[in-house]
Write a protein that binds this ligand. Structure first.
Ligand code: CA
Ligand code: CA
Ligand code: CA
Ligand code: CA
Ligand code: ZN
Length: 375
């Protein structure tokens, strides 16, 4: 994982054109392109913009706090697919061994203060060939109900994945040796245990939900899942998996992703029985369950409370268990934090979805739709 020094000069010289703003109750996203040669043309820019905003809104359903998130999309032919991250990190604490930093986007959510001021917050780099030849743009990236082209990768899934990195799936740990380049960690790194062979997220929420420490991708530890014989093959369909996106398939934020982020200090909120996403569990959620009973839905959306992609009696049980619960509005009080003794002005960088050309027969069987490996 490479570290990039921040350069305000380079950022100031950048040709960024603001093209759109979209509002959420708590989070405002703005999308700009750093693309002076128009490698991303006028046809795809509005699609990239709408999908980036829709993906950000998807996360906003589960986030607490207010932020203006300025996103820059930059073409980069030198990377295979796409890479996303917060542009800066923000000091949280010294844990006795390391200075610990959180992602800039999360810092703004948590404290209300933008850690890098007017500089943009999130950078998504994307290979133009990946955009033109591989991504499938959803006719309605909010509803996500049209059939995904079986020969293409769902762009919404890619953008959701990249925002996952910008929020918290990121750090400095060496994903093959478990060592660190200096006396600093991310809040995500802080949760990681390397047993000499494999990496695991060991935070309390994730461990409780998964039933054990959560296997992270060997060699690409800002992700979950591994191919067998390493642990975590059951997580290959998670949107934050570090192995593969299947063409023709949609990926959605999972309760496990939210638990891992919560353990990393990201202010996430999740109520399994809240089917209409208004942060309570009441009769309206029951009505949704009733109307959708017997239907297949995207996992962890609509009235799928148990995250299995189908609405049935089990989801009624989830609703019943959560009935009457609501978001209290209580967020842990935050105070200004001191600067670390040795300030690390480091941006995170993540190589996303390093993909292998293998076919997994067992996975193909799990989904009747044609599933193909990403290139
Ligand atoms: Ca901001
Ligand atoms: Ca900023
Ligand atoms: Ca509700
Ligand atoms: Ca279900
Ligand atoms: Zn990734």
């Amino acid at each position: 994982m490479q570290r990039l020094a921040r350069s305000s000069a380079a950022i100031a010289l950048m040709a960024v054109s603001l093209v759109g703003v979209q509002t959420h109750a708590a989070i405002n996203y703005s999308i700009a392109f750093d693309d002076p040669t128009s490698a991303l043309n006028a046809t795809v820019r509005p699609l990239l913009e709408s999908h980036a905003i829709a993906a950000g809104e998807r996360w906003a359903k589960y986030l607490v706090g207010d932020a203006d998130v300025e996103v820059v999309i930059r073409p980069n032919a030198a990377i295979p697919f796409a890479e996303g991250r917060s542009v800066t990190s923000s000091f949280v604490e010294n844990n006795g061994t390391f200075d610990v930093f959180e992602q800039g986007m999360t810092a703004e959510l948590r404290t209300g203060v933008d850690p890098n001021g007017a500089e943009y917050d999130v950078l998504i780099e994307i290979n133009p060939a990946y955009v033109y030849d591989e991504l499938w743009f959803d006719p309605d990236p909010v509803a996500r109900t049209a059939v995904v082209d079986v020969n293409r990768t769902d762009a919404m899934s890619t953008f959701i994945h990249e925002f996952g990195h910008a929020l918290g799936f990121n750090g400095w740990i060496n994903a093959t040796t478990g060592t660190y380049p200096g006396n600093y960690q991310s809040t995500y790194d802080e949760q990681i245990n390397f047993d000499g062979q494999n990496f695991f997220a060991t935070g309390p929420a994730a461990t409780a939900l998964y039933g054990a420490p959560v296997p992270l991708t060997f060699g690409n530890a800002s992700h979950v899942a591994n191919f067998s014989p390493r642990p975590g093959e059951d997580l290959i369909l998670d949107v934050m998996n570090g192995l593969v996106f299947y063409r023709g398939s949609r990926y959605e934020i999972s309760p496990l992703d939210l638990a891992i982020l919560n353990d990393a200090g990201v202010p996430t909120f999740y109520l399994a029985g809240d089917y209409d996403d208004d942060r309570d569990v009441d009769g309206a959620d029951f009505l949704m369950w009733q109307q959708q009973l017997g239907t297949a839905v995207l996992k962890n959306t609509a009235a799928d409370g148990n995250n299995d992609g189908f609405v049935d009696a089990a989801d009624l049980a989830v609703w019943q268990a959560d009935f009457g619960e609501h978001f209290s509005g209580a967020v842990a009080a935050t105070t200004p934090i001191p600067e670390p003794t040795a300030t690390v002005l480091a941006a995170f960088s993540v190589s996303c979805l390093v993909v292998r050309r293998v076919r997994i027969a067992t996975l193909a069987k799990r989904d009747a739709r044609s599933q193909r490996q990403r290139r």
